[in-house]
Write a protein that binds this ligand. Structure first.
Ligand code: NI
Ligand code: MN
Length: 237
C-alpha cells in the first residue's frame, strides 16, 4: 500500500523517527534511540544518516544526536541556540535556523515552525538557554509533506500551519503532562486536517499517560481511519 508516496517512516518510540526519501536519503528527527522503549538495535541498525533535525533542547529530543553526528557526519539542523550547543559538543555540520525559516537539502525542503513548549538544555547539571522550541515541516521531492510537531500544546498557529503547509502526515505527541494529550491532540488534528496521523511521545515512561486508544476515541470519525499506531522499531510506507 502506497500511503506515503514512496517515503518510508520508522518510529523508534518517543519522538524519534527515521524518514527515508524516495531517493534513499535518511533523515532522523529527535534521535533519542537509547530510551527505555527503543529497540535494542535502534542505533546499530542505522547504516546511513544524511540529515538530523532536533526540535528543541530537552534531553529526550537531542538524545543521541552527538554520537550519531560523530559516526555519520550528517547535516544537523536545530534552532540557532541548540545549534550552537551542538557545535560546542563537536557536531561539525550544523545548520542553526529559526522559526519560519527553511533550507533545501537535496530536493527536500525543511521549514522550522512554532511549537508551544520550553527548550532549556541541561548539561551536567548546568542550564543552558535553548532558544524556542520548534516543529519541522519536511516537504519531499515528490511533494509529500510530513509535519513533526516536536513537543507542543495546543496553539492557534496550528490552523495556519495546516492551511499553509498542508501536511500529508502529522507526527503528533499524545502523552500529556509535557505535551498534548489524547483530547487536545484530537482537536489539533482538526486544525491540521492531515491525510495520515502517527502518535508519538507516549508510554516512554509511566508519567506519559496518554494512550493511542484514547486518542483514537477522541478523533472525529473522518480521522479514525487515518490513524496509524506503530510499535517502536516498526516501519510503514
Ligand atoms: Ni520537551
Ligand atoms: Mn519531550
Amino acid at each position: 500500500m502506497e500511503r506515503f508516496d514512496g517515503i518510508k517512516v520508522t518510529w523508534f518510540g518517543h519522538s524519534a523517527f527515521k524518514l527515508q526519501s524516495p531517493n534513499g536519503k535518511v533523515i532522523l528527527i529527535d534521535p533519542w534511540l537509547s530510551h527505555p522503549k527503543a529497540p535494542k538495535d535502534a542505533l546499530s541498525s542505522l547504516d546511513r544518516v544524511d540529515l538530523v533535525l532536533v526540535t528543541h533542547g530537552h534531553g529526550d529530543h537531542i538524545g543521541d544526536t552527538v554520537s550519531i553526528a560523530r559516526k555519520f557526519n550528517p547535516i544537523v539542523a536545530a534552532i540557532y541556540e541548540v545549534g550552537n550547543y551542538l557545535s560546542s559538543k563537536g557536531v561539525s555540520n550544523v545548520i542553526g535556523m529559526n522559526i519560519g525559516g527553511s533550507f533545501d537539502f537535496e530536493y527536500i525542503r525543511v521549514t522550522m515552525v512554532e511549537a508551544s513548549h520550553s527548550s532549556t538544555i541541561i548539561d551536567g547539571g548546568r542550564s543552558i538557554p535553548g532558544g524556542n522550541p520548534a516543529g519541522f515541516i519536511i516537504k519531499f521531492e515528490n511533494g509529500f509533506v510530513v509535519y513533526h510537531m516536536g513537543d507542543t500544546g495546543l496553539f492557534g498557529g496550528l490552523k495556519l500551519i495546516g492551511e499553509f503547509y498542508k501536511p500529508d502526515l502529522v507526527l503528533i505527541p499524545i502523552g500529556s503532562l509535557f505535551t498534548l494529550g489524547p483530547e487536545n491532540a484530537a482537536y489539533a488534528v482538526k486544525l491540521l486536517d492531515p491525510e495520515w496521523i502517527i502518535p508519538m511521545h507516549y508510554e516512554t515512561f509511566p508519567a506519559l499517560t496518554g494512550k493511542p486508544e484514547e486518542f483514537r476515541n477522541q478523533l472525529d470519525d473522518k480521522y479514525k481511519d487515518r490513524l496509524i499506531v506503530l510499535n517502536p522499531g516498526e516501519t510503514v510506507s
